[in-house]
Design a protein around this ligand. Structure first.
Ligand code: PMP
Ligand code: GLN
Length: 385
């Protein structure tokens, strides 16, 4: 393994899912739903397969039908107008969208600012692109993880090429506010930075939280690369269909990288995702309502069991502090949790350069059936309450 990748080892999601399989524990680690997405969308995939649509190499940028559906979705939900031919690229999940964007836009030695804790593929993709990651840490304040805008401003240097944002934010559940996004946009314009914004949880916001795409803010349309994923929005994480939307030169750049990563993305699923994106607003409302119920169930259970809960305003994850349970090392906590009570969770420390800052935090996924969440909560209460 070369020096760029040596520090990353095996992703925590693989380690913890393997632990869940080996011990038979309830897996609240890796974020995937235990209920598949809409029947109608699955049927669309079957039809495409059967009718021979997409069984051979589809077009590199994605099938036109899907690119049109992505543009229509951005227009309908956010009022963003996109040219499906020049401003949309279909990728193998958001993971490839992130990698392709960074490989295409970062020069060796460039600094990339990422919110810490950061989704693990960010660090690896920055490293593969030869960039240097510069974390800006979200810190707990009044029950939520908050961005310090002064810290962000101070992190920008003449070498900074790009900001890598994520809202709604995995693992903290923070949703950046309009005021925060406006300040970020002003900084990007002032310092002439590109922004890659990972918005895969765009439809998972709760209470009064609103997802505001960065690309809608003044000055940002031409400098923002927005990333989405059917895995999260339609509960098909195994399909690996994601996308990039941006100005033509940025999409062309990402496509240059994508063509040598995967060349094209799997065909039949693209037809199905096009159909999914055309679902009425009632689908997205019901999805959000269902996840809100699940969040409330898990948040209440974790609180009862003695965890400090950071109530998420977005995503399908809850970050907790395990110190009230007498633990200060989340990594050790997660490694023994399956044996102790048959539950798997993710230690947030792996998403930090400053491991000490992340040490006491542990993430639980709530995209599971209510009876599974209730079972997990029962086990945790028995072990800790
Ligand atoms: N970004 C974030 C913040 C994520 O949580 C995930 C996990 N799904 C991804 C990107 C990767 O998405 P995909 O499965 O579409 O590659
Ligand atoms: N995004 C998912 C999570 O944060 C997992 C994706 C993965 O396994 N790489 O849990």
């Amino acid at each position: 393994l070369n020096r760029r990748l040596a520090e990353f080892g095996t992703t925590v999601f693989a380690e913890m899912s393997a632990l869940a399989t080996a011990t038979g524990a309830i897996n609240l680690g890796q974020g995937f739903p235990d209920t598949d997405g809409p029947e109608q969308v699955r049927e669309a995939a079957v039809r495409a397969l059967r009718d021979g649509r997409g069984n051979q190499y589809p077009p590199g940028p994605g099938i036109p039908e899907l690119r049109t559906a992505i543009a229509a979705h951005q227009s309908r939900r956010y009022g963003i107008t996109l040219d499906p031919d020049r401003e949309v690229l279909v990728t193998a999940g958001a993971t490839e969208a992130i990698a392709a964007s960074l490989l295409a836009l970062v020069e060796p030695g460039d600094e990339v600012i990422a919110l810490e804790p950061y989704y693990d593929s960010y660090a690896a993709s920055i490293a593969m692109a030869g960039g240097t990651r510069v974390p800006v840490t979200l810190r707990p304040r009044d029950g939520a993880f908050r961005l310090d805008l002064d810290e962000l401003r101070d992190a920008v240097t003449p070498r900074t090429r790009l900001l890598l944002l994520n809202t709604p934010h995995n693992p903290t559940g923070t949703v950046l506010t309009r005021a925060e996004l406006t300040a970020i946009a002003e900084l990007a314009v002032e310092r002439d930075l590109l922004v890659v914004t990972d918005e895969v949880y765009e439809h998972l916001t709760f209470d009064d939280a609103e997802h505001i795409p960065l690309a809608t803010l003044p000055g940002m349309r031409e400098r923002t690369v927005t990333i989405g994923s059917a895995g999260k929005t339609f509960s098909f994480t195994g399909w690996k269909v994601g996308w990039v939307t941006a100005a033509p030169d940025l999409v062309t750049a990402a496509r240059s990288a994508k063509q040598f990563l995967t060349y094209v993305s799997a065909g039949p699923f693209q037809y199905a995702v096009a159909e999914a994106l055309r679902l009425p607003d009632s689908y997205f409302d019901a999805f959000r309502a269902d996840m809100t119920t699940k969040r409330d169930l898990l948040a209440a259970g974790l609180t009862d069991a003695g965890f400090t809960v950071f109530r998420p305003r977005g995503t399908y994850f809850i970050t907790t502090d395990v110190r009230p349970l007498g633990h200060d090392d989340g990594l050790a906590f997660c490694r023994t949790l399956p044996e102790r009570c048959g539950v798997v969770a993710i230690p947030n420390a792996v998403f930090y350069d400053d491991r000490e800052a992340g040490a006491p935090f542990v993430r639980f996924a709530f995209c599971k059936r209510p009876e599974v969440l209730a079972d997990a909560v029962g086990r945790l209460r028995k072990a800790f309450a």
